[in-house]
Design a protein around this ligand. Structure first.
Ligand SMILES: Nc1ncnc2c1ncn2[C@@H]1O[C@H](COP(=O)(O)OP(=O)(O)OP(=O)(O)O)[C@@H](O)[C@H]1O
Length: 247
């Protein structure tokens, strides 16, 4: 299908004798939200890490469009359009919202030292940063120091930082973790908006949220894909009920 942005083809990951992913295949489509569900230890984060390049694959391949990116580093994949959120670890707490996003935008500049280039060269990056801030609903917060933001706002900033790198695909590991219901609603709205212009792959434990936003769900158990289908079919599957929900 032409709309496939990112594809894992029979990827496996072994940690010593432990098989964390076993021949997993999955596609992320433009304009679709693909959620990965599965019990703790099922291999969801390992899969995301292989797609972002944070983990190497023991076997199998990762394609961005038609390009084989299996052996590329995370920063190289980021330059090509794979945006990965890292649950706050990519936020500089003492920098402002705008500075955090501007630095992320500049990270796309392959030229060494670009981050320290003269202020007159900042303009294009500032524009990208402001666009990402606007897209995530953080306008008005540009000059706030990141550490002073609420938990939900920091999660929005995390997403803004990813968007400032101009990704085509968003890999999101538990974007709703630690959020209250109001903040969750806002994040769900934001993801619904962002999917119109991106492909989204997310790991999320909040079932209500997953069924509210996912177009496609992959259920993983013990490192393998149990099922990939529409939310309705996944919900109705006796096999999924048994393997995941335990009844
Ligand atoms: N760096 C590592 N070294 C060794 N084993 C690991 C490593 N990372 C993950 N594992 C193991 O691989 C398996 C899959 O872990 P993974 O974190 O991918 O699962 P998960 O589905 O994301 O779980 P959770 O929902 O709890 O985050 C687990 O048994 C885990 O202990």
């Amino acid at each position: 299908m032409n709309d496939v942005l990112l594809r894992a083809e029979n990827v496996s990951k072994h940690f010593g004798g432990l098989v964390a992913n076993d021949n997993v295949s999955l596609s992320v489509y433009k304009g679709k939200t693909h959620a990965i569900l599965g019990p703790n230890g099922a291999g969801k984060s390992t899969l995301i890490n292989m797609l972002s390049g944070d983990l190497t694959c023991s076997s199998g391949s990762v394609f961005l469009g038609n390009l084989d990116v299996t052996h590329l580093q995370p920063n190289e994949r980021s330059l090509l359009g794979i945006g990965r959120s890292y649950q706050k670890t990519n936020i500089f707490p003492t920098f402002t919202v705008l500075e955090n996003c501007r630095l992320a935008a500049q990270s796309r500049e392959p030229r060494l030292g670009a981050v320290f280039s003269s202020a007159s060269n900042y303009e294009p990056y500032k524009n990208l940063a402001e666009k990402a801030i606007w897209e995530t609903g953080l306008e008005g917060y540009e000059s706030r120091v990141a550490s002073a933001l609420s938990h939900g706002e920091q999660r929005q900033l995390e997403l803004a930082i990813v968007l400032a790198t101009q990704p085509s695909v968003l890999l999101l590991d538990e974007p709703l973790a630690g959020m209250g219901s109001e903040e969750s609603f806002q994040m769900i709205d934001l993801l619904k908006k962002l999917v119109k212009t991106h492909g989204i792959l997310l790991v999320e434990h909040d079932m209500d949220a997953v069924f509210a936003i996912a177009d496609i769900i992959t259920v993983m158990v013990n490192g393998s894909v149990l099922m990939t289908d529409t939310p309705d079919r996944v919900r109705a599957s006796a096999e999924v009920q048994q393997a995941y929900f335990g009844h």
